[in-house]
Design a protein around this ligand. Sequence first.
Ligand code: BTN
Length: 266
Amino acid sequence: MIVEEIRKNLKTRLIGRKIHYFTELGSTQELAIYMAENNSQAVNGTAILAEQQDKGRGRLKNRWISPDGGIWLSIILKPFMPPNKCPLLSFAAVLAVCETIAQQTSLESKVKWPNDILINQKKVCGILLDVATKGDRVEYAVIGIGINANVNIEKIHPYLDDNKHRTLSVTSLKNELSGKCVDRPAFLKLLLERFELYYDHLQKDISTIIVNKIRDRLEYNSVAIEQGNKTIEGTITGLGLDGALLIKQNDGSSVEVGFGDTRTRD
Ligand code: BTN
């Protein structure tokens, strides 16, 4: 991928103004965290992009298989927001990806709470958020975005069996487009612009637009969420303005599940 192509027409103020590009890397997320911790040059909006990762990290300590053809991206952020609102950054990224997919392809994407993106019930993108706090202040956040863009899924399938949390099938945009590739530089340019739009909303403490748009794309399916030593099982009925999931439990009672203290079984 020629990074110049992304830079050329990029209409952002902040996000992706600085891009570090690698043909091979362990993990864009780990490098971004290292830079945010150790490098005063890691300005707000710095993007790290790799063609391949050999130590890609997913949620719940899973491996993230990252062969060529994908979009493996981490963005360093220095947001002004309380730590408990940071999970909304993942929503901003989810929405930016879904809307870029809609703009660049004919495919319709859905959201599996909190931050998986599905096409035809198969996972095409995962989002990872790491946040470092000092007291009630966010020092930095790193949002990791992994999109199986032009990935040949045969390159991923052999590795899926060792992922104990996985219940979803996996796909790529190319696979869903019957072998047609997406223009990755154009995709990335749009993605960075969309993400900046929603990041700016959050910086102005406006989350309503983002949450409403996520609601429209949410899979209202049944879930099992581990919370401490109990599991909440039921059907998703909605999404609160803070991003918490509203669940009707199997015994008929309703419960609200926040981001911070829970893990979706996925
Ligand atoms: C998930 O488990 O669904 C989240 C996957 C996040 C993967 C991305 S790829 C870019 C960045 N670098 C990593 O090592 N992980 C994230």
